[in-house]
Design a binder for this molecule. Structure first.
Ligand code: SF4
Length: 367
């Protein structure tokens, strides 16, 4: 049974130099209309293939979903609700660029059931935003939070990026102070990753930008957790903190092996022990659906062995951890526990902040 639906909206108003998501610059409303029609076609093809749904979450990610008109978002939500079985208290998230929606737009999408927004703020410091190539100003995010709140959307996430070139520990403290002053429920904090084939990679290679050293990045990693926990945000996953009751249900599906369907260019799905990914080229994606076929470009069966590995890898990202029975080598477990990298409580294993810092190494020991 599919419980989560991800919808990829690839349009952005600028291409950030660090980004390797499938997104491109376009504000062409007629192209967006065409894309929405294609998304509907894709969903109907899955329904024709007998996929079974009991949707608990819908997530509009991207790209920048808030470049769509609210009416376009609402039209798609209504279409989903009338074609797919959904629970009453659906969690519906829309990722927003701080420069876009305000009170009027939030009021409209709330009417269609949107009850959670995720704002790509990244930082409140102008120097960080400039280096990250973000166009918005800090006050745009403050205005956006205020507007969403006034429109009755209270479940609000703010993204934060750290370990940015030139960023100091004091800069991060200022950011954390400003984040936690706002009436938000959730913070996703990611260490800046430098991906291949991005302008950022070139800047770093050509010494035009320098990342903070390992010691500073490690200090930042621990500072974020200590600061946020102190302000009432509980970590529930490696990069995610929430006030009580506000963990993102949709993202938890990814880490707990619930079935989810992704529609849209480059979207991924996990259904009936199969993982599949859509075509990444926008024109190809549109053309394939035009011919009435699903735009699946990659598919793999997740067998028992692979599933076990994934349960360990993904489950250890969460603070609820994994079942102890998944790990046979108790000697390594005891060693890691003695060294302060993990906790074993009853039948559950979970990583400590020190363990989360080196999660990839720990996972490779365990599997
Ligand atoms: S707004 Fe987000 S998706 Fe768009 S280019 Fe920037 S980081 Fe990538």
């Amino acid at each position: 049974m599919i419980e989560g639906l991800y919808i990829h909206i690839p349009f952005c108003n600028t291409k950030c130099p660090y980004c390797d998501f499938m997104s491109f610059v376009s504000e062409d409303k007629s192209l967006m209309d065409k894309y929405i029609k294609t998304l509907k076609k894709e969903l109907l093809l899955h329904i024709d293939n007998n996929l079974k749904f009991n949707l608990k979450t819908i997530y509009f990610g991207g790209g920048t979903p808030s470049l769509l008109e609210p009416e376009q978002i609402n039209n798609l939500i209504d279409f989903i609700k009338s074609n797919v079985k959904c629970v009453e208290n659906l969690e519906i998230t829309v990722e927003c660029n701080p420069e876009t929606y305000r009170y009027y737009e939030f009021k409209l999408i709330k009417e269609a059931g949107v009850n959670r927004i995720s704002i790509g703020n990244q930082s409140f410091l102008e120097k960080n935003l400039k280096i990250l190539g973000r166009k918005h100003k800090p006050n745009h995010t403050i205005e956006m939070v205020d507007s969403a709140f006034k429109a009755g959307i209270y479940n609000i996430n703010l993204d934060l990026i750290y370990a940015i070139p030139g960023q100091t520990i004091e800069d991060l403290e200022k950011d954390l102070y400003l984040y936690t002053k706002l009436p938000i429920t959730h913070i996703s904090a990611y260490m800046l990753t430098v991906y291949e084939n991005t302008p950022f990679k070139e800047y770093i290679q050509n010494n035009l930008l320098t990342l903070p050293d390992e010691n500073t990045s490690t200090q930042m990693f621990f500072l974020i957790n200590d600061y946020l926990e102190d302000k009432g945000f509980k970590r529930y996953e490696l990069s995610n903190w929430a006030k009580d009751g506000f963990a993102c249900k949709h993202n938890l599906f990814y880490w707990t092996h619930k079935q989810f369907l992704g529609i849209g260019v480059s979207a991924w799905s996990y259904v009936n022990n199969e993982r599949f990914g859509n075509e990444r080229n926008f024109d190809m994606y549109m053309q394939i659906l035009e011919t009435g076929k699903l735009p699946i470009a990659y598919k793999e069966v997740v067998d028992e062995e692979e599933l076990k590995k994934e349960k360990i890898f993904l489950g250890l990202r969460t603070t609820q951890g994994i079942d102890k029975t998944l790990i046979k080598n108790t000697e390594i477990l005891n060693q890691l526990e003695n060294d302060g990298y993990l906790n074993i409580i009853d039948d559950k294993i979970s990583l400590t902040p020190k363990g989360l810092m080196i999660i990839n190494q720990i996972v490779s020991y365990l599997i």
